[in-house]
Design a protein around this ligand. Structure first.
Ligand code: MOS
Length: 766
């Protein structure tokens, strides 16, 4: 319904997507706080250990929770013996499906505006087991160690049923697959007859790329510390969705939304996984049974068992081109598993939707059900692994054509969105490639594989395109409160997961309000604050920035009313003034000015607050909006051991206006580092016999450490997007996209080996 409403509204008002039909003044402002490399306002708290994380909040009388996880993939609990656990030292309570309170099903993410659950399985409500690792018991004890020990004493007998745990088996069975959906839309697109065009193409590549499952590994594992006070629930959570979590917990426990309070001032990384999973619900249920506050902090294994990750994919990309290297066919099809309780399969065709011009296009994600932990959002779901297949295939085609891979991409640059036909709001991939190629020294790359050797090391370079869509979800709102000293506070239900939210938004608010940066504070991470804002889809900055713009507009109106007839501003309308120098002034008559402090002072007010809501995200109905990038990688592959070392990496981005170069560079680098892990290390080891994830710790799930990460150079076009608030598109997820392909293409250039099965571990290069 929301989509239909938006489409209708877009038809009615095609040119006035920004509030009031005017462009955001911050898109063009040159000499403000935006664009300055301001250090993180929360930096001092973090380095002093004074930033409170969810598992560090101490509540009086708190008990500690430990979870027991099922060891079968499907079946039922035939018997469960908790006697030894209940008798163990310090144990307060053992909760299983037999004594857990009755709970409503968790609202599955995307099923409603505030639904937060990554999985909508009933939570400890019956004897059924739905995946290997599902929580089957919770122990509460006086200490974490006592809870962990007692949990080990629980004995469970299962009646096992045949489970679907092999992607190959299920996907090859007749009727085993169906077209997947993402955000309610089928993961399928057809332009012309791509199979016929491929058959007739002068040049073609047809390749299959495989990516494994990935587990989430935020530096802070999931945790919550919570307490009931009467019928009100107070949750200190690690979440990227405070308002969604509060509403969803209220649904589950049959409460009013106002009875649940979620705070989450600091989150040690989210990447899509810090939503509502079973642990918060089980902890709240146990707290109610025991009548005590509870802390639940998942172990690394706990995250792997109950928090979804990225599912494996098998992707076939076929590209047809004419003699000039112009694409005549793009086919990107493949298969990935899903579960009956997760809202999404891994949507790996997403990046291909707007990548290249081609006469024909055929995209499709086939999905099949497995009995496993839910697939969920993991940094650039779809694009992260979709660009692996697409951008490696482009490299393979370039080689066949004898074309430079950058030139091939430039030749196929689309002038409008090839699927939707919408114009691009702003697209400067070519500029990003040119700037990147020059800075990286692309002209020193030999097109011939294995051409450069330094001792044992084969050296090569590769590139790939990065891409991630601009999103803005409905529900953004913010409040600005001015005080009598002319200071401002922005209140918004936003999140700080390490990206510098408060810092960037303080810059934005200071520029909107005409205040020095020191005069603005941003309060966030609390479900009682305005807005239903997800720190996801790389959209938080746009959502908050536009909400602040709307709150500012309201504030200006209130200030003019308050200023009254004795003010130099008397008689002016909101459209006639702007914020500057800590006050309001007439647009074309700067002499007519009054400071905020003066307006409030004359009115005898200690503060003035105004709230604004972001309008529906109509901009995405009119324009194809995407962040872009050109990734450059140099690798050294050891000819003796097969070990790959990434020796240089450059990300050249086109993401609209960059609000804070310091925090933005960290976002880009962080994404690229995650992409290096995807390329070379990360792999969920899934035992298809038992449907069990075999990795349990970072000792057997490998991530890049400092020694694996070279100096990463990042540059950007800084070309404002005229259709995005502040001219800025998202920067959080794009860094992981294109990176895997840039590494793989560099490895090919170094070694002459195409490894199409990720991660590219040394055994595959020997
Ligand atoms: Mo992101 S995967 O939308 O947190």
């Amino acid at each position: 319904v929301a989509q239909a409403v938006m489409k209708k509204a877009a038809e009615l008002a095609p040119d006035s997507l920004m509030p009031g039909g005017r462009p955001d003044p911050l898109i063009r402002r040159q000499h403000g706080h935006i664009g300055k490399p301001v250090s993180r306002v929360d930096g001092p708290l973090k380095v002093r250990g004074a930033a409170p994380f969810a598992a560090e909040v101490a509540l009086d009388g708190m008990a500690y929770a430990a979870l027991a996880y099922s060891t079968i993939a499907k079946g039922r609990i035939a018997a469960i013996d908790t006697a030894a656990a209940e008798a163990a030292p310090g144990v307060v309570l053992v909760m299983t499906h037999r004594n857990a309170p009755r709970l409503n099903p968790p609202p599955r993410f995307l099923s409603g505006d505030k639904a937060a659950a990554g999985d909508d399985s009933p939570i400890m409500q019956d004897d059924r087991v739905r995946w290997n690792g599902e929580p089957v018991a919770l122990v509460l004890a006086e200490t974490q160690e006592q809870a962990d020990h007692a949990r080990s004493l629980i004995r469970i007998a299962y009646e096992e049923e045949p489970a679907a745990t092999s992607l190959a088996t299920v996907s090859q069975a007749a009727g085993g697959c169906e077209v997947g959906t993402f955000m309610g839309e089928p993961l399928r697109a057809v332009v012309g007859d791509a199979d016929a065009a491929l058959a007739a193409a002068a040049h073609k590549v047809e390749v299959v790329y495989r990516t494994p499952g990935h587990n989430h590994n935020a530096i802070e594992p999931h945790a919550a510390t919570l307490a009931w006070r009467g019928d009100e629930l107070f949750v200190h959570d690690a979440t990227q969705a405070v308002a969604h979590t509060a509403w969803s917990m209220a649904q589950i426990f049959g409460l009013e939304e106002s009875q649940v309070h979620v705070t989450s001032p600091f989150v040690g990384g989210g990447f899509g996984a810090k939503g509502l999973w079973q642990h918060q619900v089980l902890a709240a249920a146990a707290a109610r049974l025991a009548g005590r506050p509870v802390r639940i902090a998942l172990s690394r294994e706990g995250v792997y068992r109950i928090v979804g990750g990225r599912s494996p994919t098998e992707q076939r990309v076929a590209l047809g081109a004419d003699a000039d290297g112009r694409l005549t066919a793009i086919i990107h099809r493949g298969v990935t598993p899903k579960t009956r309780h997760s809202p999404m399969p891994e949507p790996f065709i997403l990046p291909t939707q707007s990548a290249y011009a081609s006469e024909t296009i055929a995209l499709e994600v086939q999905t099949c059900y497995l009995d496993m932990v839910a697939n969920t959002f993991m940094r650039a779901p779809g694009e992260a692994v979709g660009t692996v297949a697409l951008e490696c295939a482009m490299d393979e085609l370039a080689e066949q054509l004898g074309l430079d891979p950058i030139e091939l991409r430039i030749r196929n640059e689309p002038d409008k969105d090839p699927i939707s036909g919408r114009p691009f709001s702003s697209r400067n991939i070519v500029a990003a490639y040119r700037a990147g190629a020059e800075r990286f020294g692309w002209d020193r790359r030999s097109p011939t594989p294995r051409a450069r050797r330094e001792g044992e090391w084969l050296v090569g370079m590769g590139c790939a395109t990065a891409t991630y869509p601009y999103h803005r979800m409905p529900g953004g709102a913010a409040r600005i409160t001015l005080d009598a000293d002319g200071r401002a506070r922005v209140d918004v239900a936003a999140h700080e997961m390490g990206m510098g939210t408060a810092t960037a938004q303080a810059q934005v608010a200071a520029d909107r309000l005409g205040l020095p940066l020191e005069a603005v504070t941003v309060r966030y991470g609390d479900s009682s604050l305005p807005g239903v804002i997800l720190a996801g889809g790389s959209q938080q900055t746009a959502s908050v920035g536009l909400s602040v713009m709307m709150a500012h507009q309201e504030l200006v109106g209130e200030l003019l009313k308050l200023a009254g007839n004795d003010s130099p501003l008397a008689g002016l309308r909101a459209e006639e003034v702007e914020s500057a120098d800590a006050g309001l002034r007439k647009l074309d008559e700067p002499g007519r000015f009054e400071s905020y402090a003066s307006i409030l002072g004359r009115a005898g007010r200690s503060e003035l607050a105004a709230e604004g809501s972001a309008p529906m995200p109509l901009e995405t109905m009119h324009w194809s909006m995407h962040s872009h990038g050109a990734m450059f990688c140099e690798v050294r592959v050891n000819a003796v051991t097969g070990e790959t070392r990434v020796s240089r990496f450059l990300g050249s981005f086109d993401c609209g206006r960059i609000l804070n170069p310091k925090t933005a560079a960290s976002q880009f680098r962080g994404g690229i580092i995650m992409g290096l892990g995807l390329a070379l290390m990360e792999e969920t080891q899934f035992d298809e016999r038992k449907g069990r994830i075999m990795n349990r710790t970072l000792a057997d799930y490998h991530l890049p450490v400092h020694r694996d990460v070279p100096e990463i150079d990042v540059i950007w076009t800084d070309i404002p997007d005229p259709h995005a608030p502040m001219g800025a598109r998202g920067i959080g997820e794009i860094g992981i996209t294109g990176t895997g392909a840039a590494v793989a293409n560099a490895i090919y250039n170094a070694t002459g080996r195409r490894v199409r099965d990720f991660p590219i571990t040394l055994d595959k290069l020997l």
